[in-house]
Each structure stands twice: as C-alpha cells, then as structure tokens.
Design a protein. Structure first.
Length: 755
C-alpha cells in the first residue's frame, strides 16, 4: 500500500513537470495555428480568430515571415467568413505589406484581389476600381497572366453591377484575350458570359447571341458541369434584352437537368431558375404559373440557411396572390398575401436587411390601399419611406443571392428607387388635400436625390472652415454607408454568438454615424446656405418660403409619379396648394421626352414642335392660374431637370415673352442663394474644342480684359490634371459638352477625357 502511494506521488510530481516544460514560441504558435484551423472548420469563427491572432503574435517574436504570411491569410479568411469586413481589410493590408517585403508578387496580388472585393462590399466603389485596375496592370507587368485574368473578370463584374456595361465589356474583353492566350477554358467562358450580359443589357442583342453561341461551344467540350450555371446567367441576361422566350428556354433547361437528377446541378442554381421562370410569368401577367414557380423555389429554399432568398420568394408569392385577388376579387387571397408579406418582413429583419423591411412595409401599404383603407396605407407608406431614407445606401450595393432590386420596380419605373418609395405616399397625401405634408416629403425626396448626386463629386472650398465642414460631412456619409453595409454582410452571413456582439457594436456605430452626419449637415448649411437642402425634413413647412416671395410671383414645383402628375403652387400671402395635372404621369413624361427629342432633332418640322409645345403648355402650365403673375420660379421634376418650360407656347407665344421665368433645383435656394464675392482676386479659365470654326480665343479674350490675375489653360493645356489642381474664386469653362456611353456627362478636355 505504501509502495503504491509512493509511486502515485512520484507520478504526480513527474507529469506536472512534463506539462510545464517550456515550449518554444514556435511550437506554441504552431499548436495555436492547428487549433485555429480546427475551430474554423467547425465554423466557430470567433474562437478561430482569437487563436490565430495569438499565433501571429508569437510568430512575430520569432520573425518567421513565412508562417506570418500563412496565419494572416487564415485570419483574413476567418474574418471574411464571419462578416467582420473592416478587420479583414486591416489584416489584408498587413498581409500585402509582408508579401511586398518578401517580393512574393503572386501572393501580394492575391491579397489585392481580396481587398478590392471587400471595398465593393463596403461601398468603396472608386477604391475597388482603382485597386483592381492596379492589380491587373501589375499582374501583366510581372507576367502573372492568370491573376490578370481574375482581376479583369472581377473588374467587369463590378462595372456590370453598377450598370456601366461598356466598361464591363472592355474589362471582359481583356480577360478573354489573356485567357485565350493561356488556353484557360473556364476563364474564357466566364469572360464570354460577362460580355454576353453587357451586350444584352446594352441592347446589342445580336452580339449577345454571338457570345452565347461561342461560350456554349466551349462548354460542350469538357466543361459540361458548368452548363447549369451558364444557362442561369444567360436567362438573366436575355431578360434584360427583352428576349423573354429565349430566356425562358434557358431556365427550362436547368429544370430539365433537375428532373434528370443531374449531379452537376447546384440547388442554388435550381432555385434561381425557378425564380427566373416566375419573373417571366409574372411580367406577362400569368400569376397562377408564376406563383407555382415561386412556390417550388421556396420549397427548396426552406432547407437552406439563406433568409434573403426565402424573404424574396415570400414577397413574390404574396405579389401573385394580391394581383390575383384584384382580378378575381378574392378576399381570401388578399388576406394570405398580407400574411406572406408579414412573414417576409420578419425574415428581412432577422437577416438585418432593413431595406427589405422597407419593401415589405410598402407592400403592406399597397394592400391597405387596395382595400380602400387609405389611412392605413399612408401609415405603412410613411414607415416604409422612413425606413428606406434611414439607409442612405444605394440599393445596388446590397449584393446577395437574389436581385432584391426587382422588388422595387413597376411597369414604368426602373431605377428611381427613391421615387418608388415616395410616389404612392405623396399621391395619397395629395388625394386628401394634405398639401403641406405631401410637399415636405417631396422636398425630402429632392434632398436625398441631390445628396446622392453631389456625394461622389470632389467639391472643395477656398474657405478653410467650409472645406473642413464639407469634408467632415463627406466622411460621415462614407462611414455611415460602410457601417450599414458591413452590418448587412455580418447579419446575412449567419453570425455566431460572438459575431452578434460585433453586429451590436456595428449598430451602435451606425447610430453615432447617422447623428454625426446630421450634425455635420446642419453645420455646413449654416456656414454655406446653398447646402440648406441637406437639413430639410418631413416636419418643415413652406410658410417661410412663401413669406419671402416678392409680389406677383409664383413658385411651381412638379411631382410626377407613375400614375399621376401634380404641381405644387406657392404664392405670397397664400397657403400652399396643389393642382392635379394628369392621371397618367408616365404618359406626361413620355410627351415631355418626345418634345425634348424633337428640339434636338434638326429634321423635325416646326409644326410638329409647335403642336407639342402647345399641348405641353396645356398640361403643365395652364392648370396653374398665372394671371396677375409677373415672375415664375420653376422647380423641375427630378426626372426632367433640364426641361425648357420657359419656351412652351401659349397661343403661339412663348411663356418667357409674357413673364419672367427662372429655375431652381430646390425650394431652399429661394431663401439661401449662394454668396457672391464682391471682389474676385483669382480666376481660372479652361478652353478646348476640336471645332476649328469656333473662335475659342475670342471667347476667352473678354475674361482676360476684366481680370488681371487670371490663369488660362487653352487647348492642349486644358487637361484634367490642371483642372483638378486649379485654385480660384471663379472658374470659366469654354468647352464642348458631351455624354459618354454610360450616360456620364461632362466637358471635353484636351486629353479626350470629360470632367
């Protein structure tokens, strides 16, 4: 007995000694790395992240850069999988620096590719484009052509998602040329698929069919396993081209593969095929068949862990039921649709997708309106608009397994998401003569639109205080957008318990960033009244504006929705009122478009233009009583901000000949005109034209005679670089104005670029 106890005592002494023997930092780091990989495979990302960071700290002590590179790469993967995109950016930055020091060009470029993807996910579009372009150029420089192909393909996808189809096609063409040189068939197929999509979306249907046939030929050789994915992409592309029958055929091919139990068919591809068929049937008013397709897709989606797809399908099934209810007069279908919209809203909320929540609220408002519960409709429309306006993120940046933007389109509107959320609300308020409230929302919509327009512009002020204020606002907007997008990716990625703590942290940052943005907007508007539109809210009224108007004047602000068109009228010493112009807003917009086209077409006959001008005067101005009016201030509709109201004819006489007419982009500019300096000390003038008949020197001569301190950049010196670096209190540009294939307008400069 004593012997046994003695042996036990020695054993207890021995094993602790073994366990406490000092391991080298290298061994400890290796053990932590192995444990981190195991935790990552179990999807325990937070623990895997903690272990990897510990191993990185230990490897840093030993200066083992090879292991540091490996662990930084693992850490970035873990952070991306758990939705921690901001930390992943920092990790990838460190990884790129290590690879750069070690002159490992391939690994450095791979980290740049990953960084560019995160830039796009966080809404940093310009940064993503620049980094992908740099990656592509460096990969070609170091003859790493496969990486160059990947960079070009990613660049094409990015431009395509932004609807910049000409740039997307150019990048895909570069990828195809390199892939063909490498004889890498999968990349050639990817490039052809992207070119097909860009051509279809741009209306070049013949080219799209050509790319389709070329890619199909490559797929029929040794890439048959990729056929379902290709058919899905082709179906989506040809819907954009309006080739509905051909698109339907592509989705049906995927369904046939499913019926044949093809092992190459991914469940997500099958779901997307059913969604594609459902959208085609829905577009052609076959609600019964569309509902059947969406139901089949939802049955498959329920087994996945993707709440966004399920929410999308619940919304679409509700759409089929609600439209069927209108046709058949079925109250039961209406009730079922309401239940589905509420289910969809719950899933959208759980997935952290507040834009989806706003969409579901808007759908519920439509149901209330269909049931003639107008007060209920207004309540839901308000909640939907407020939820949407809080996002402050372009919907196209929310990338996911389904195109949620399809839920925000009607038969006439396409990309005007702000108008989609606000149109029904404003019409309902106007219907009940709640003019002041309707106008407040109209001004909020206009403010959001102008803010989205000026946001990417590099605006600078000579006044340092104003420069700081604008820079602070711009930074606040970017931080808010980045936090919202990161929260979306974190939530939609199925965060673990500790990742939910990270999500809660992001929500706090969003609240702070939104408050900071509002504070910065108020500060900037106070220092520079031209930016007072930034602070317009749905609680502000037009009384102050009306009190400042001169006698015998009128302000006309236009609202044109899908179904109706109205004019708001503000006069001195009168209450704000509104006049209905048309019950078919889209029809009125079409007439305005045709008139603008006739003006720009020299072949159009004067009689045709005169008739259209008189007709539009009867629509747009005649309903507004302009008697006793000497001056009209027009705030054009957002979709026609350059429409020439002043030349519309009334009994053969242009309005401008009868009374003064001026334009404003926003009502706030009435009481806050931009400050004009009394003395101008420095002037920059730019001039360029390829037209030798235009006496450019004569146009610039007058400004030289008025200002002694003037810097003139004429013709070959009128470059983008000089324009961006110029400083002055006044800028004159004498140049041709052009619009490129992407719809971006600008002044043509000597290097062929526009600004």
């Amino acid at each position: 007995m004593k012997y046994s106890v003695h042996i036990l005592f020695i054993t207890l002494l021995f094993f602790p000694a073994c366990g406490s023997s000092d391991h080298s930092p290298q061994d400890k780091a290796e053990l932590l790395s192995q444990q981190a990989v195991e935790e990552m495979n179990r999807q325990n990302y937070d623990e895997a992240e903690r272990l990897t960071i510990e191993s990185i700290n230990l490897y840093s002590e030993t200066n083992n850069e090879a292991k540091l590179t490996e662990n930084y790469s693992t850490l970035s993967t873990i952070q991306i999988l758990s939705g921690k995109l901001s930390p992943a950016l920092e990790t990838l930055s460190a990884l790129r620096e290590i690879n750069r020091r070690g002159e490992d060009r391939s690994s450095e470029l791979q980290s740049m590719l990953q960084t560019a993807k995160i830039y796009f996910q966080l809404g940093k579009i310009s940064d993503g484009v620049l980094l992908l372009t740099e990656t592509y150029n460096n990969a070609k420089l170091f003859r790493l052509n496969q990486i160059a192909v990947t960079a070009a393909l990613d660049l094409s996808r990015l431009h395509s998602s932004l609807h910049h189809y000409e740039k997307a096609s150019a990048a895909a063409s570069n990828a195809y040329a390199l892939a063909k040189e490498l004889q890498h068939v999968p990349s050639m197929i990817d490039a052809l698929t992207l070119r097909m999509h860009s051509a279809a979306a741009s209306g070049s249907t013949d080219k799209a069919f050509g790319y389709y046939r070329e890619a199909a030929t490559l797929l029929s050789t040794d890439q048959k396993n990729r056929l379902p994915e290709f058919y899905s992409a082709a179906g989506t592309a040809f819907i954009l081209a309006g080739e509905w029958a051909f698109a339907k055929m592509q989705f049906q091919k995927i369904v046939a593969l499913s019926d044949a139990h093809s092992p190459d068919l991914n469940p997500a591809t099958f779901i997307n095929a059913r969604i594609g068929l459902g959208e085609i049937y829905l577009h052609h008013f076959n609600y019964t068949e569309a509902q059947e397709q969406f139901n089949t897709a939802y049955t498959s989606a329920r087994t996945s862990s993707d709440p966004l797809t399920q929410s999308y399908l619940l919304t679409r099934i509700g759409d089929c039921l609600s439209r069927h209810a209108v046709v058949e007069g079925s109250q039961e279908s209406m009730i079922r649709a309401e239940q589905l919209y509420e289910q969809a809203m719950t899933l959208f909320i759980r997935s952290g997708f507040h834009l989806g929540e706003a969409i579901a609220l808007h759908r519920l408002g439509r149901l209330k309106e269909m049931n003639r519960d107008d007060n209920g409709a207004i309540t839901f429309y308000k909640r939907a608009f407020d939820k949407f306006s809080d996002m402050f993120v372009d919907p196209m940046l929310f990338t996911g397994p389904v195109d949620v933007s399809l839920l925000m389109k009607s038969g006439t509107s396409t990309d005007n998401v702000i108008g989609w959320f606000s149109g029904d609300l404003i019409i309902q308020l106007l219907k009940y003569n709640r003019f002041t409230e309707a106008y407040a929302y109209q001004q909020t919509v206009r403010s959001l639109t102008i803010m989205s327009t000026i946001d990417p512009l590099p605006i600078h002020f000579l006044d340092r205080q104003k420069e700081r204020s604008y820079s602070s606002l711009h930074q606040s907007i970017n931080v808010l957008r980045q936090n919202i997008l990161e929260a979306f990716h974190t939530a939609s990625g199925g965060a673990s318990a500790k990742s939910k703590n990270y999500l809660a942290k992001l929500q706090q940052q969003i609240t702070y960033a939104r408050s900071k943005m509002q504070s910065d907007a108020i500060t900037l508007a106070r220092e520079n009244p031209s930016f007072s539109f930034l602070t317009v809210s749905t609680t502000s009224g037009p009384e102050t504006i009306i009190s400042t108007l001169p006698d015998a004047s009128a302000v006309i602000d236009y609202f044109i929705g899908d179904n109706q068109a109205w004019a708001f009228v503000l006069r001195p010493n009168e209450e704000l009122t509104a006049v209905k112009l048309s019950s078919f807003g889209y029809g009125l917009e079409s007439k305005m478009d045709r008139f603008a086209e006739a003006l720009s077409d020299p072949e159009s006959g004067r009689v045709d233009i005169t008739a259209r001008s008189n007709e539009l005067y009867d629509y747009l101005l005649k309903p507004v009583d302009l008697s006793q009016t000497q001056r009209v201030i027009i705030i054009p509709p957002l979709s026609h901000d350059r429409f020439p109201f002043h030349i519309l004819l009334n009994n053969g006489t242009a309005m401008i000949e009868k009374l003064g007419c001026s334009y404003l982009p926003h009502i706030s500019f009435l009481t806050s005109p931009p400050a004009v300096p009394k003395f101008i000390n420095s002037v920059s003038a730019f001039g360029f034209t390829s037209n030798t008949r235009w006496g450019l020197e004569f146009e610039l001569r007058d400004i030289r005679s008025f200002f002694r301190n003037i810097q003139v950049n004429n013709n070959q010196t009128a470059t983008k670089e000089r324009l961006e670096s110029s400083v002055g209190e006044m800028l004159q540009i004498s140049s041709q104005f052009s619009v490129d294939a992407e719809g971006d307008a600008g002044f043509t400069l000597s290097d062929g670029s526009t600004s």
